[in-house]
Design a protein around this ligand. Structure first.
Ligand code: FPP
Length: 249
């Protein structure tokens, strides 16, 4: 998965190739609710409806992989009411959407540290992953209790155990080794990372994987992020040239 200028598939997108993998930091639910004088959870529920809309749009736009940041390792610092409301929303969302994902050929995966999530939610996550495990039309990855640094730390721990157990020669460790231990080991790196709500930072999302990603930052709040806006960003990506550190041909 790791790329450098010599091994990277040059994808000069002037040729019109769209992003195969889009990752999204869905920000702005709280402000959207606040603007309407409603509680923050109202915004998260509106955000969940947009997730459905964007998932539906992907196959038609040639996006095979969509990865969404639903809950970060830092989000536990929010009020107990908001955290509990979000966990309940995730449970209901997975339960409600499960059959639709099966029907629509969407393979669902989760990345992040599951250990801190409650048993009921974890059981639903396992169930939807198993039920959709043979789907190939589209890959939806939901980052839940995810942090990029936490992921690298957990990957390093697993790698170190393999060295300790004689399964890995430390002299062979290179850029290709660590990605095999990341939560995203079966996914391609994101081509395009989108963040809504006007913040221009990546907030610990896919730190290793997004080294060569293109970025789109928009002022639009996530609950207002329509499939048309998404389609515009996907089309805009096709006009960019990615050089992975090399020079133009
Ligand atoms: C950031 O907005 C958003 C979150 C922490 C939660 C994201 C969750 C959803 C979009 C809900 C649905 C997701 C799934 C997978 C069902 P914010 O609350 O930080 O907004 P603010 O910056 O305006 O306060």
């Amino acid at each position: 998965m790791a790329r450098d200028a010599s091994t990277a598939p040059m994808r000069p997108n002037g040729g019109g190739a769209g992003p195969r993998h889009v990752a999204v930091i869905m920000d702005g639910n709280g402000r959207w609710a606040q603007q309407r004088g409603r509680p923050r959870l109202f915004g998260h529920h509106a955000g969940a409806r947009r997730v459905r809309e964007i998932v539906e749009a992907c196959p038609g736009l040639g996006v095979d992989y969509l990865t969404i940041f639903a809950f970060s390792t830092e989000n536990w610092k929010r009020t107990q009411t908001e955290v509990a409301g979000l966990m309940s929303l995730f449970r209901r969302y997975i339960f409600k959407e499960m059959q639709a994902f099966v029907r629509e050929g969407v393979r669902v995966r989760f990345i992040g540290d599951r250990l801190r999530l409650d048993a009921k939610l974890r059981a639903l996550m396992d169930e939807v992953e198993a039920l959709t495990g043979h789907n190939t039309r589209m890959h939806l990855t939901i980052a839940l209790n995810y942090g990029g640094r936490d992921e690298v730390a957990r990957a390093t721990k697993r790698l170190a155990r393999d060295v300790r157990d004689g399964k890995l020669d430390p002299e062979t460790v290179d850029e290709e080794t660590l990605p095999r231990y990341l939560d995203t080991c079966v996914l391609p790196d994101p081509d395009l990372v989108i963040r809504t709500s006007g913040e221009a930072r990546i907030s610990n999302f896919l730190l290793w994987q997004s080294a060569y990603s293109e970025y789109e930052f928009t002022e639009i709040l996530w609950p207002d992020f329509t499939r048309e806006i998404f389609a515009g960003m996907v089309a805009g990506y096709a006009g960019r040239e990615r050089r992975f550190g090399a020079v133009s041909a």
